[in-house]
Write a protein that binds this ligand. Structure first.
Ligand code: ATP
Ligand code: MG
Length: 416
């Protein structure tokens, strides 16, 4: 029997890696321009980090976590999201004592035991951003702006930003009460999951993917009507900045987040090209979280981009590695002659490839074409005898004969 990867876990193959690098390098350059610092945290945390912060009555904690008891009897969990671990690390290392505002990012895998399907994996990958220590609208805007900038630079089309305010703990309490009353009235019509949610985490009913529940919730009271003055002003400022930045948005009053600790600004970036799993990025403000995890009572705002879903959209740009120079050397002597040159060009940063097998010129040219090489350097028996090479431009088919003495500088200037 052949051994296969675990269901919902995926290999990244050589012809896909270029896209991963592209996404990560664009994200890094956007983060640099916003003065973010990178952090790397463990994939494994004590289970309570997640139950305490995400909330017991959420899909993640109730049914999606990879939790196990290790050999010392401790309950550990593969991280289902990054915020809780980042906040744990910030408070453990007292990072907010050395500067009053922290702007952090991290990139890596998350684990959730969900039903695998297109755009939904059990190991998936996120780019995470957290800005901690400030409550002001510009910090919300910067977080949204970064996500938008990354997706835009990647050339994503059909993207829309949906935004809502969940209110602060004060105004949300009043709303939650009224929403509960409404849900009690329609309890019989809700799906089994939502019946439970209505008792434990009523806002989550808005997040149900079930068509019948969505229909009923269209008539539910909306927390927009309950926002206090402070929350209304905060939202207005965020929206006004977005307008100035020309980042288009729609207010979606049904937008809630699955995690307990979100307050005020909440947002998603949705693609029209992704079918059911259409959310590429999501985030919001989480002011109570640091304190809940035993840290300082400081606010925060963050977002996560789902890399795997993003790549489904970018697949059309998929290409193999681009090869600057393919070396078609024929015969043992020629294949040895080119080695010092290859060493030089590779050190110069050129992507250089030579066939591992000593095949005929026709076969090697075919290989160069398939690899998408920009130039081919040909060194056959005849060229070897004349101490020169042929350099062929694969795009316009120009050919030059170059002597051994000039070959390094000629390639440096033509190809490099
Ligand atoms: P959904 O409603 O799709 O389950 P979520 O609210 O659970 O999403 P978040 O916790 O906000 O998702 O995660 C942020 C982003 O991470 C999502 O918008 C998505 O792009 C990505 N993501 C979440 N879960 C998965 C998964 N199982 N597989 C692939 N990507 C995922
Ligand atoms: Mg989910």
């Amino acid at each position: 029997m052949s051994i296969r990867a675990v269901r919902g876990f995926k290999d990244v193959l050589p012809d896909e890696i270029e896209l991963w690098h592209r996404v990560e390098s664009i994200a890094r350059s956007v983060f640099k321009s916003f003065a973010l610092e990178e952090m790397r945290i463990p994939l494994l945390e004590k289970t309570e980090i997640f139950t305490r912060s995400i909330g017991e009555f959420t899909d993640i904690v109730e049914k999606e976590m990879y939790t196990f008891t290790d050999r010392s009897g401790d309950s550990l969990t593969l991280r289902p999201e990054a915020t809780a671990g980042l906040v744990r690390a910030v408070s453990e290392h007292k990072l907010l004592a050395r500067s009053s505002i922290l702007k952090l990012f991290t990139i890596g895998p998350m684990f959730r035991h969900e039903r695998p399907q297109k755009g939904r994996l059990r190991q998936f990958h996120q780019i995470n951003v957290e800005v901690m220590g400030t409550k002001t609208p510009p910090s919300d805007v910067e977080v949204i702006w970064m996500a938008w900038e990354i997706l835009e630079r990647l050339g994503l089309r059909g993207l829309s930003l949906e935004i809502n305010s969940l209110g602060c703990p004060a105004c949300r309490a009043i709303y939650r009460n009224d929403l509960k009353k409404y849900l009690d009235g329609i309890f019989q019509d809700l799906c089994r999951d939502c019946q439970r949610r209505s008792k434990l985490n009523p806002l989550r009913v808005f997040d149900c993917k079930n068509e019948a529940c969505r229909k009923i919730m269209a008539n539910a009271p909306l927390n927009r009507e309950y926002l206090c003055t402070e929350c209304v002003n905060h939202l207005e400022k965020v929206l006004s900045f977005l307008k100035t930045l020309k980042i288009p948005f729609v207010i979606n009053p049904y937008l809630v987040r699955g995690l307990d600790y979100y307050v005020m600004t909440t947002f998603e970036m949705v693609s029209s090209d992704l079918g059911a799993q259409s959310t590429v990025a999501a985030g919001g403000r989480y002011d109570g979280l640091l304190k809940a995890l035993g840290g300082p009572d400081l606010p925060g705002v963050g977002m996560a981009i789902g890399i795997d879903r993003l790549l489904l959209l970018l697949e059309k740009y998929k290409e193999g590695p681009s090869i600057d120079l393919f070396i078609a050397a024929l015969g043992t002597k020629a294949r040895e002659e080119v080695l010092p040159w290859m060493k030089h060009w590779r050190r110069q940063g050129l992507t250089v490839q030579m066939s591992y097998e000593d095949r005929g010129l026709k076969a090697q040219m075919k290989q160069a074409g398939r690899a998408g090489a920009s130039y081919v350097l040909i060194l056959g028996e005849e060229e070897l005898h004349k101490k020169q090479v042929v350099l062929r431009n694969m795009i316009n088919h120009d050919q030059h004969e170059i002597t051994f003495d000039d070959v390094i500088s000629a390639v440096d200037s033509l190809v490099g």
